[in-house]
Design a protein around this ligand. Structure first.
Ligand SMILES: *[C@@H]1O[C@H](CO)[C@@H](O)[C@H](O)[C@H]1NC(C)=O
Ligand SMILES: *[C@@H]1O[C@H](CO)[C@@H](O)[C@H](O)[C@H]1NC(C)=O
Ligand SMILES: *[C@@H]1O[C@H](CO)[C@@H](O)[C@H](O)[C@H]1NC(C)=O
Ligand SMILES: *[C@@H]1O[C@H](CO)[C@@H](O)[C@H](O)[C@H]1NC(C)=O
Ligand SMILES: *[C@@H]1O[C@H](CO)[C@@H](O)[C@H](O)[C@H]1NC(C)=O
Ligand SMILES: *[C@@H]1O[C@H](CO)[C@@H](O)[C@H](O)[C@H]1NC(C)=O
Ligand SMILES: *[C@@H]1O[C@H](CO)[C@@H](O)[C@H](O)[C@H]1NC(C)=O
Ligand SMILES: *[C@@H]1O[C@H](CO)[C@@H](O)[C@H](O)[C@H]1NC(C)=O
Length: 906
């Protein structure tokens, strides 16, 4: 037999290690649920745990294992609390502590249901205990100390029984131990898998033999037996070569030695797939120099390693993503030998939340006066119920159905919040202390008693959802909300708001819920035009206002007016574009607006301008924007800095005084963000003057056909957006309003664009009014703009909303084809846009699409828009869609194009 058994006599050498650590400095040994101090057979002092934990119940378990019977106290946690924590003092010890905990079930409750639960140290979940698999269960961790206490918590797992624990031991470890070869060490913890005293076949070894009270297991159950032997030697002294782990001599004196040139293998199973930290210890206890290769899971981790006489050395390895471990020493020149092995699972320690965050949250908890169970770190190891985290960053705080009364300034310290939900928390007064939350996306302050928006909302630049329903907010919705570009839902339902929603709100991307207020309406005053029909237009009745939902063929309330010189619009637009003045956001005068809405007859303050004010605003009618058959339009600037267009009527186009005021009254009720707004009027010294919002970016016609130098090229998505906006404005005229209004002169030059390229329809209402005498003709003379005119109306003179749909269809065709409705160039076939484009578009032949759009549009988006355009210009009005249908088709086309563009960006 070539098995050799080395037996070197045993001679205990005491000197060097007992001195190093002879007493129990820094040991903490807790009997969980115990009531008395005691000293165990190893002379370790144990104390009860009740000073270190506030929760749980205690009992004593008696059980028999093998031939011994045990009686141990336990602490268990029957109340379903998410975690139950020990606070273990570790200050006075070292960089690294060993924490060992034992869990025993042994059916102490007679239910026969061993529990499963997880445990954490500090911010890290370090293990899941499953007493169904092993009972008792022992866990051991090496924890880097960074504070004077570490929390050790048991975490309930739903439906998995009641967590239970019997003992906790804390042992300081020597400085610098277990860090060699460890990356990112202070952020890692080690969970013991194996600690093997190689060559020892006679039970495990611990304090006082190991002064650090590590438990070293005998190796016979791991080692390959026929080929090697346990080995124990007598030593004089070891040279430790700077080994930090301070191994006791008793461990080093034993070795597993293979007495031939072969492989010595430790085959270790691991219970989780993870990264592992492996330490191999070698002590020169033989008179020869063993030399061998070390293979870990088949790979050479160290080649030709030599163990020298009386030297102690260690090798450290990190093995990533393994679930079994095979350590093989392969002989080269002499017998492979190993003295000790330690294997640890490497655990990440999540970073703690910033101290600012934690202290802010503590202040909030204090101010609430409720115990929310906010202990330790908000995010790790388990997050607090009321927060959400991304990593160690608190991004959401939800406190509802409690009594907060006011928004604590501490909330303003939670700078990373994306969601803040304080609904139903009895908040009163103004919305405050949130100005610093620039990352906030969702703010829910609903079901409180807030009375004011405060002044900070415009700082919340990332805000997407603002829910303020069922508060007692008063006054007007602040203009500054318009500065929140990402806002897509604003809920102010059931407040006491009044006035108009600010124009600054981008209603394309923003859904506004505003019902249940005193008197809150969409958009500002009414609308107008600065343009008229162009030269080719036929003098026409332009607007019909129906007093009710029913269609009245010829309105007698309504009122109509002659057209306006065409060059005017172009002039205006050119002027408009060239004026690049900064316009302050509109500040609406609350009181006058309210009064205006409540009682138009009391129009006698700010929105009713005196002639003097008009003169001042226009600098004595200095800058003419345009001139038409109805009068002249001047550029003006109100004392608040707002630019306006001031339209002064010629005497002959004036209405009777009553009609004028009545019409202003009527039109003032038309409010929509896609309709150009009336700022006010002046009715003085026989003058009828209207003051309108001034739009900086000209008309759609200008962008489609204006001089190249002024032309901003319009992408398909932008064209669709403009179409959607205009359709919304028109839809509001048709359906959103009593009386219903037919525009009658929809065309590209009546669709104006603001600085953000939002489109607004103008040229409806008073601008078209004619004197009573002229009005008698209105129903008999067909008027409108050539190229846009509904052929059915032309032939039947029956005016319906479908006439506007026809004209709008022509606008859509222009957007698609990039050409004017009537063209005098080209072949006679192509003279009329409708007749020319319809067959192509019906056939899905998009070669007639504006060439500047080529290759940039999604075909489905184009198809939707083209089909709805074609249907809108049906000769038979009854076959045309309603403007609402047109709008919804256009929205879809718009969305399709948007997602097409997004997918192209990716
Ligand atoms: C138990 O030990 C602790 C600390 O060692 C000591 O403070 C306490 O008085 C002891 N209790 C008893 C009952 O001896
Ligand atoms: C037990 O430990 C105490 C100090 O903790 C020490 O004074 C005593 O001598 C030890 N006894 C034995 C038998 O080691
Ligand atoms: C532990 O604390 C005691 C008193 O607080 C001090 O005397 C001792 O030096 C400390 N030990 C260590 C290792 O810090
Ligand atoms: C094994 O250990 C026991 C005590 O734990 C001791 O009595 C026995 O002598 C030991 N045997 C050997 C071979 O060392
Ligand atoms: C090691 O363990 C694996 C399975 O755990 C087994 O297949 C293999 O034979 C073992 N090898 C040795 C050398 O024990
Ligand atoms: C471990 O290594 C030995 C020798 O290389 C090999 O015989 C054995 O099959 C390996 N076991 C496992 C589980 O890899
Ligand atoms: C508001 O919270 C109270 C408890 O503070 C609760 O009784 C009430 O139902 C809650 N109301 C709403 C609307 O959630
Ligand atoms: C919200 O306000 C509306 C209108 O005042 C009221 O009918 C409703 O009950 C309120 N909802 C709650 C939950 O208080």
């Amino acid at each position: 037999m070539d098995l050799l058994c080395f037996w070197v006599g045993f001679f205990l050498f005491l000197g060097f290690w007992v001195v190093a650590f002879s007493d129990q400095d820094g040991f903490l040994s807790l009997t969980c649920g115990g009531t008395t101090n005691y000293t165990d057979s190893s002379n370790i002092s144990w104390i009860p745990d009740n000073e270190f934990i506030a929760t749980g119940k205690t009992t004593t378990i008696s059980y028999i294992e093998g031939t011994s019977s045990f009686s141990v106290p336990v602490r268990f946690f029957p109340i379903l609390q998410s975690h139950n924590c020990y606070r273990l003092p570790v200050s006075n010890v070292s960089f690294l502590v060993l924490v060992r905990a034992q869990f025993v079930y042994k059916d102490y409750d007679g239910l026969g249901k061993p529990p499963s639960f997880s445990v954490s140290l500090g911010t890290a979940i370090v293990s899941t205990i499953d007493l169904r698999k092993t009972d008792p269960w022992i866990e051991e961790f090496l924890w880097p100390v960074d504070k004077d206490t570490v929390s050790f918590c048991l975490h309930n797992i739903p439906d998995s029984g009641v967590p239970v624990i019997t003992s906790i031991e804390v042992r300081p470890l020597p400085q610098g131990a277990y860090t060699s070869g460890m990356e990112d060490f202070p952020h890692k913890s080690l969970r013991k898998s194996y600690r093997i005293d190689c060559g020892n076949t006679n039970g495990s070894l611990r304090y006082p033999l190991d002064p650090y009270d590590r438990i070293w297991d005998a190796d016979q159950s791991f080692a390959p037996f026929h080929v090697s032997t346990g080995f124990k030697t007598q030593l004089i002294t070891f040279n430790f070569l700077g080994l930090k782990e301070s191994l006791p001599a008793d461990i080093l004196q034993t070795a597993r030695v293979l007495a031939r040139r072969d492989a010595l293998t430790y085959n270790l199973s691991l219970d989780t797939l993870a990264d592992y930290y492996i330490v191999l210890y070698f002590a020169g206890i033989l008179p020869v120099f063993p030399s061998f290769d070390i293979l870990i899971n088949g790979d050479v981790a160290q080649s030709d390693y030599t163990v020298r006489s009386s030297e102690v050395s260690a090798l450290y390895f990190t093995q990533r993503g393994i679930n079994s471990l095979n350590i093989t020493l392969k002989s080269i020149s002499f017998y492979p030998q190993i003295n000790a092995i330690e294997v640890y699972e490497i655990l990440d320690i999540p970073e703690e939340a910033s101290s600012t965050t934690v202290s802010a949250l503590q202040v909030i908890q204090q101010s609430i006066g409720l115990d929310l169970g906010w202990q330790g770190d908000p995010c790790s190891p388990t997050k607090w119920d009321q927060v959400e985290c991304e990593g160690n960053i608190v991004t959401s705080l939800k406190l509802s159905d409690i009594n907060l009364r006011s928004i604590s300034p501490a909330i303003g310290d939670l700078l990373d919040l994306k969601t803040l939900d304080l609904h139903n928390t009895s908040l009163t007064g103004e919305l405050q202390n949130l100005g610093s939350l620039t990352r906030l996306e969702k703010l829910n302050l609903s079901f409180n008693q807030l009375t004011s928006f405060g002044t900070e909302l415009d700082s919340l630049v990332s805000l997407q959802i603002l829910d303020l329903q069922n508060n007692t907010l008063q006054g007007m919705v602040p203009d500054s909300l318009g500065e929140l570009e990402d806002l897509h839902l604003l809920n102010v339902e059931n407040n006491k708001l009044q006035g108009v929603l600010p124009q600054s709100l981008n209603t394309e991307s923003l859904e506004i819920r505003a019902s249940g207020n005193l008197c809150l309406s969409f958009s500002t005053m009414t609308c107008n035009d600065f343009s008229g029909s162009d030269n080719s237009s036929i003098e026409a009745p332009q607007v019909t206002i129906f007093p009710g939902k029913k269609h009245t063929r010829h309105s007698n309330i309504a009122v109509i007016l002659g057209a306006i010189g065409g060059a005017l619009l172009a002039l205006l637009i050119l002027a408009t574009i060239s004026v690049m003045l900064y316009v302050k956001k509109r500040r609406t005068d609350v009181t006058s607006m309210e009064r205006a809405m409540l009682d138009m007859r009391n129009w006698n303050s700010a929105k009713v301008f005196s002639h003097k004010e008009i003169k001042a605003a226009t600098n004595n009618f200095k800058q003419l924007l345009g001139r038409g058959s109805f009068g002249s339009v001047y550029l003006g600037k109100l004392p608040n800095g707002r630019m306006v267009a001031v339209k002064v009527r010629f005497d002959k186009s004036q209405l009777g005084a009553d009609s004028f005021v009545n019409e202003v009254h009527l039109l003032s009720r038309i409010r929509h963000q896609n309709l150009v707004c009336l700022e006010g009027f002046c009715h003085e010294s026989k003058q009828q003057i209207l003051v309108y919002e001034y739009l900086h970016c000209g008309s759609l016609a200008d962008h489609l056909y204006g001089p190249k130098s002024k032309k901003v090229s319009l992408s398909w998505v932008r064209r669709l957006k403009i179409a959607v906006d205009a359709a919304k404005g028109l839809d509001y005229l048709h359906n959103g309003n009593e009386p219903r209004i037919i525009h009658r002169d929809i065309k590209c030059s009546n669709i104006l664009l603001d600085k953000q390229m939002n489109a607004k329809v103008c040229d409806f209402g008073l601008s078209k009014q004619v004197t009573q005498a002229d009005a008698t003709h209105v129903t008999t003379v067909v008027k409108g703009t050539a190229g846009y005119l509904d052929p059915e109306y032309y032939s039947t003179q029956q005016l319906t909303e479908k006439s506007d749909v026809y004209s709008f269809g022509v606008v859509l065709l222009e957007l698609i084809c990039g050409r004017e409705p009537l063209s005098h160039s080209g072949t006679p076939d192509s003279f009329n846009l409708v007749l020319w484009a319809k067959p192509y578009l019906q056939a899905g032949a998009y070669e007639i699409v504006d060439e500047s759009l080529e290759g940039t549009f999604d075909v489905e988006s184009m198809r939707k828009a083209a089909l709805v355009a074609v249907r809108s210009v049906e000769r038979d009005a009854s076959k045309r869609p309603t403007i609402a249908e047109v709008l919804s088709e256009l929205k879809e086309a718009y969305i399709i194009q948007l997602s097409y563009l997004q997918s192209r960006d990716i």
